[in-house]
Design a protein around this ligand. Structure first.
Ligand code: ADP
Ligand code: MG
Length: 615
């Protein structure tokens, strides 16, 4: 058609239709959050305008005030939200309001498809904010004019079903104006008092003045630049929920300013809920970078270490050049310095909080432990400091209770050089393993690592506070001799038995020795320190069903154990049975260690042994 004023019809991308359907039909419980989302968009648009202006580009109508104007019309059942932000060009309207551009939105849809439960108040987190307008409106008009000099004035309109229309219009100032034509059952949002209440609840902290029907209703302040003593907990919480687009309560906060080595004002929060743990996609960085109140990047990838992606907040540094781009940020020494100062402060904050209120920290840690562990494994610079934040059970904690390396250190024996640990599936499994015996009887604490990722974490850590982390599964752990109780083989008998076992067991063992470790068990299989752990082997087997590796263990025998003493006799009096018993003992030790792959021989041998016992 040649008529340029005729509305141009567009169909929503399939994902948007899906999203709209979800927003309108499933997330109806928290309808009222739509206003927060739209105010947040208006605020974002004006933040962007400030940034454009600050980077010395001239904008259309530079003198328009950066304010949000909300008007209600009970008769017409409309609610209007207007800003003088960046506005949108034709292309931007199509892209921003008609397709899914955000990785966050995609992640959201994916999570929902995968069955994650989504509280309505969470949608803002995923960048589906604009579409929440259709929870309350049967039709939405977006009147917009971009900041670019020769941009057209446009009207975007949609009923939120299949598509939208765009046409040219006139009489618009720079920015966007959303007119919500409210649904019958949502007419309440055209009432001034209702809307005022909503703004006060959700958006009191917005960096721009908000006017409702011409009356100013919020205070404007860059909270992070204010003095701590002037800010209430309520204000902090409001800031967290609005500025950080959070829906939960902050668990911890850190508010500080520094002048050297960099000028920094930072206000960061640790949330109380962890969506990643609830099955949602990996979070995007959420500590925004500002320079003198101008937003540089809401989600800077290279500011903080990746494991800190659960933290939310604002870092404002007057030393950052305004026009720094994402590319230059990546290799900017300034950004690295800034990030390093902040991550150190954050870790120290956790350390103090953990000391001050251990119970609270324990609850927090239960939800966020994976981030700290990821940090230990990947953030070399903060590794030692982060290790102090780790919590685990040990042979000296009550079941379910946890401790940290500092507690462990305080209980170390005189002259103890290493920190001992065992990786296993759980407390019970670890406690029933034969490795524990010797340590328990000597009163040496053993850390229980029971999370699937712990093995990597320990490996990455290697040592803590100058003390090596040593798996008690490994050979070569020197324990002090204990006064032997009860009858024992003589040293000569022991040597002879070890020799016999080595002959019998051939290359299934690396060595056979009399051990100091055992109290109740006859034998113990130790993995050489460079060998693969049972957890690692299990994983290899899961990946590759043909996986086979020759397990060779160091066998320790207990010369005081009755079975071992009998075996020493039997090797001369009944070598055939002694041979069977020797191999069976090794299998038993492998089973205890979780290292026996194929039990067929074991069973055949057991049968033979039982037959002999009966005859
Ligand atoms: P998000 O705010 O997380 O980006 P939304 O669904 O809320 O997601 O908004 C989608 C996009 O639409 C925004 O990223 C922005 O580009 C554009 N947009 C929405 N509201 C406005 C507005 N008032 N002014 C300019 N652009 C806007
Ligand atoms: Mg938004």
């Amino acid at each position: 058609m040649s008529d340029t004023t005729a509305p141009e019809k567009h169909v929503f991308q399939a994902e948007i239709r899906q999203l709209l359907d979800l927003v309108v039909h499933s997330l109806y419980t928290d309808k009222e959050i739509f206003l927060r989302e739209l105010i947040s968009n208006a605020s974002d648009a004006m933040e962007k305008l400030r940034h454009v202006e600050a980077t010395e580009k001239s904008v259309h109508q530079p003198t328009l005030p950066l304010e949000i104007h909300i008007t209600t019309d009970e008769e017409a059942k409309t609610l209007t939200i207007a800003d003088h932000g960046v506005g949108m060009s034709h292309e931007e309207l199509v892209k921003n309001l008609g397709t899914i551009a955000h990785s966050g939105t995609k992640a959201f849809l994916k999570s929902v498809k995968e069955g994650a439960a989504v509280p309505g108040s969470m949608i803002g987190q995923f960048g589906v904010g604009f579409y929440s307008a259709f929870m309350v409106a049967g039709k939405v008009d977006v009147l917009t004019r971009s900041w670019h000099a020769d941009s057209p004035e446009l009207l975007w309109t949609s009923d939120g079903q299949n598509g939208y229309e765009i046409e040219e219009t006139s009489g618009l100032d720079r920015g966007s104006k959303l007119v919500l034509h409210l649904k019958e059952d949502c007419a309440e949002y055209a009432s001034e008092s209702r809307v005022r209440h909503l703004i006060e609840t959700y958006s009191n902290f917005v960096g721009f003045p908000i006017f409702l029907n011409g009356k100013r209703i919020n205070e404007v302040e860059a909270l992070w630049l204010k003095n701590k003593s002037e800010i209430t907990d309520e204000q902090y919480k409001a800031f967290y929920q609005f500025a950080c687009k959070a829906w939960d309560e902050p668990a911890y906060r850190l508010h500080f300013s520094a002048d050297a080595p960099l000028a920094i004002n930072a206000l960061v929060f640790a949330p109380s809920e962890n969506p990643e743990r609830m099955g949602f996609a990996k979070a995007e960085p959420a500590v925004a970078l500002y320079c003198r109140k101008v937003l540089i990047d809401p989600s800077p990838k290279d500011l903080l270490p990746e494991w800190m992606r659960f933290m939310k907040g604002v870092v404002d540094s007057a030393d950052i050049p305004l026009n720094i781009s994402r590319e230059t940020m990546q290799d900017s020494a300034l950004i690295r310095k800034l990030g390093s100062v902040i991550s150190k402060r954050v870790i120290r904050m956790f350390e103090k909080e953990a000391e001050g209120e251990p119970e609270k920290y324990r609850g927090f840690y239960r939800k966020f432990d994976r981030f700290f562990k990821e940090g230990v494994a990947t953030d070399h610079a903060n590794r030692e400091a982060l290790a102090k934040l780790l919590r685990f059970e040990s042979s000296m904690t009550e079941p379910g209770a946890v401790c940290g390396f500092a507690d462990y250190a305080s209980r170390m024996k005189d002259g103890q050089e290493s920190i001992y640990y065992l990786v296993g599936a759980g407390r019970e499994q670890i406690e029933s393993s034969p490795y524990i015996e010797a340590f328990k009887s000597r009163g040496i604490e053993v850390i229980y690592f029971t999370d699937a990722v712990d093995e990597y974490v320990v490996e990455a850590l290697g040592s803590h506070d100058g003390k090596k982390l040593v798996s008690i599964r490994h050979g070569g752990v020197e324990l002090e001799d204990q006064a032997a109780e009860g009858e024992s083989l003589t040293p000569e008998q022991t040597t002879a038995l070890c020799e016999f076992l080595r002959q019998e067991l051939g290359d299934r063992v690396l060595s056979v020795q009399s051990g100091k470790r055992l109290v109740d068990s006859p034998v113990l299989a130790l993995v050489p320190a460079d060998g693969m752990s049972p957890q690692m082997r299990q994983m290899m087997k899961a990946i590759d069903e043909n996986f086979k590796d020759e397990i060779k263990v160091e066998l320790e025998i207990n010369p005081r154990h009755p079975l071992v003493r009998k075996l020493a006799e039997a090797k001369d009096s009944d070598p055939e049975v002694a041979g069977l018993v020797a191999r069976q003992l090794l299998d038993n030790a492998l089973i205890s260690a979780g290292l026996l792959d194929d039990a067929r021989d074991t069973i055949t041998r057991m049968t033979a042994l039982m037959e002999k016992a009966m005859s």
